[in-house]
Ligand binder design. Structure first.
Ligand code: FES
Length: 578
């Protein structure tokens, strides 16, 4: 596919380290010998960096130690020299305040590992939410040949004869526990059964969404993203990926040769057909900017209007990723939307996306719906604008109760997460099912890190009345496994003076999803007075990575990348330093 001539050994980037005959290269060779490698094992071979986000604190990547060995097996067989390089893991369940604070750190680490060491190509090993976009963002900025090995979803959760879905069923049974409908023992059984194998969350959360987007972009071998983590076919995919990256180096097939406007279009369309996580909006905008491809919120909204949701997978649908795999996986789904994709887009295996979809089939039309019976005909995501969100906000209509799509109600405002936690269940809180709950200080700078707090809890007294959904608004993100009438990513955020900072208890807020509007029904004179009286809160960090983050992070509609990284820029090597 690549029109470039095949590389010769002395044209490899690693030749600078290993192939020349000077004092520095003596050091590189003697130290490689120190690690037990004979010169014949690496001389003239592509050095493949395996960027592995394995960690003992990341349950989604527990199999990555073994998978790295399988990747290495493929690299050796194809005549490459594998070098495993661990990178910060970003463990979604454990890292506080949120992994999103560190996405750009992993992206920087990936880019700098590749730049500073003798990598000719790389295998990116990720899956748990932010690891996928971070690895790709960093690799895009360095622009070497790259292939992605997705962690794969974990097996279905198991509970009292039924299935449990990551995240979604946590929220569901937590609400039932608070409403008094299940016992502490039931809740304990949910805890023990909901995550029972290696692999990332197995609902259509951020992990499944982003690994699927990565495959749609052409950065994995065909079918890779849907294989459950413990399946033996996952190990085979890892070794095949290792084999392929060696040839990609000789072909000089670099990541930016693959991630172009067609690839981004295919990623967005696929995410929409999956009913994917709203987090994909932030990540794909950041990633597209690194690739030099224009992508904004309007593009998501325009594509959502014409793209049906075909994956009947939780939280929007009924099934889980294991079912999705058996039903034909992502190739099956994409084969049903080829007319909405750009099939001539290149992929890592040297063939086009369309060529890779030949022979793809759907084996269970309940899980991957036909076009004439979609889960949702269109509008898997919607972008809202209005005086409460001048730079946009997003909502996931299929995950909300339909009667709330047009709703006006009085605001109940919480200044920050702690305020909300302290008062949300207060029996005296003046809240009804018609209220609109507002949380501020939850954006990129305010929280900081834009955590997944956007599925604001429903007050206990309303849960006990049977209320299971109401309009909630914040500048936070929401877990892809969450659901509800939650307006997210309000930009600009309250912490930098966005209109969310001006809302007061009792103000009327109007949500109109079909009309794509989000309005604060307060006249402009009053808002101007409130704006004049507003004082910016103090920054949350004064030193360290947090201070760097606060100084440079962009708003949600711009992808939350750092201003000095969030563009295609020059990917050229730094001046050669000996
Ligand atoms: Fe890792 Fe959900 S916790 S993907």
């Amino acid at each position: 596919m690549s029109a470039k001539p095949r590389k010769k050994p002395d044209e490899l980037r690693s030749h600078r380290w290993y192939g020349v005959n000077d004092l520095r290269s003596f050091g590189h060779r003697s130290r490689t010998a120190q690690m037990g490698y004979h010169r014949s094992e690496y001389a003239g071979k592509p050095v493949i960096a395996i960027i592995n986000t394995w960690s003992e604190i990341n349950p989604c990547h527990t199999h990555f130690r073994q998978r790295a060995e399988e990747v290495k097996r493929g690299i050796w067989q194809a005549g490459g020299f594998p070098v495993e390089m661990p990178a910060i893991s970003l463990s979604e369940p454990f890292q506080k305040p949120t992994t999103m604070l560190y996405r750009n750190l992993l992206a920087m680490e990936t880019e700098e590992l590749l730049r500073s060491y003798p990598a000719d190509g790389c295998v990116l090993m990720g899956g748990c939410d932010k690891t996928t976009p971070a690895l790709i963002m960093g690799a895009l900025s360095m622009n070497l040949p790259a292939i992605f090995v997705p962690a794969g979803p974990m097996l279905r959760g198991d509970y009292q004869g039924g299935f449990l879905g990551s995240g979604s069923d946590t929220w569901k049974y937590w609400a039932e526990l608070r409403a008094g409908n299940i016992s502490e023992q039931d809740w304990r059984e949910v805890e023990e059964g909901i995550a029972r194998s290696p692999g990332h969350c197995m609902t259509m959360g951020t992990a499944s969404t982003m690994t699927s987007a990565t495959e749609a972009m052409g950065l994995t071998l065909p079918g890779a993203a849907s294989i459950p983590a413990p399946d033996s076919r996952h190990a085979q995919m890892a070794s095949q990926s290792g084999k392929r990256i060696v040839d990609m180096v000789w072909e000089d097939l670099c990541i930016r040769d693959i991630v172009d406007a067609r690839a981004i279009h295919n990623a967005v369309t696929t995410v929409l057909a999956l009913g994917g996580s709203t987090n994909a909006i932030v990540h794909l905008i950041a990633l597209a900017r690194r690739a030099g491809v224009a992508l904004d919120l309007e593009r998501f909204d325009a594509l959502a209007r014409r793209t049906p949701v075909l994956a009947d997978v939780r939280p929007s649908g009924r099934f889980l990723m294991e079912d999705f795999y058996y039903a034909g996986g992502l190739r099956g789904l994409m084969s049903r939307i080829t007319d909405l994709l750009q099939p001539d887009a290149p992929t890592v295996n040297g063939r086009s996306l369309g060529e890779n979809l030949h022979g793809a089939a759907v084996h269970n039309p309940e899980v991957i719906r036909p076009r004439d019976n979609p889960l949702v005909a269109s509008d898997g995501l919607a972008v809202l604008r209005g005086n409460l969100a001048p730079d946009g906000a997003v909502i996931k209509p299929p995950a909300m109760e339909a009667h709330l799509q047009r709703h006006t109600g009085p605001a109940v405002v919480f200044d920050d997460y702690n305020d909300m936690a302290a008062r949300i269940d207060d029996p005296a809180l003046p809240v009804t099912a018609d209220s609109v709950i507002v949380l501020r200080s939850a954006g990129p700078q305010g929280a900081p890190g834009m955590p997944e707090w956007g599925q604001l809890p429903i007050p206990r007294k309303l849960l006990q009345q049977g209320v299971r959904d109401m309009v909630r608004i914040s500048d936070a993100r929401m877990s892809g496994t969450s659901y509800g009438a939650c307006v997210l990513h309000v930009a600009p955020e309250s912490h930098v003076g966005g209109p969310l900072a001006l809302v007061r208890d009792g103000d009327l807020i109007a949500l109109d999803v079909p009309g794509r509007r989000l309005e604060l029904k307060v006249d402009e004179t009053e808002l101007a007075a409130r704006r004049a009286a507003w004082t910016p809160p103090a920054p949350r960090f004064s030193r360290g990575f947090g201070a760097l983050y606060l100084k440079h992070v962009s708003q949600a509609n711009e992808g939350c990348d750092f201003d000095f990284l969030g563009h295609a820029g020059a990917a050229a090597e730094d001046p050669e330093i000996h």
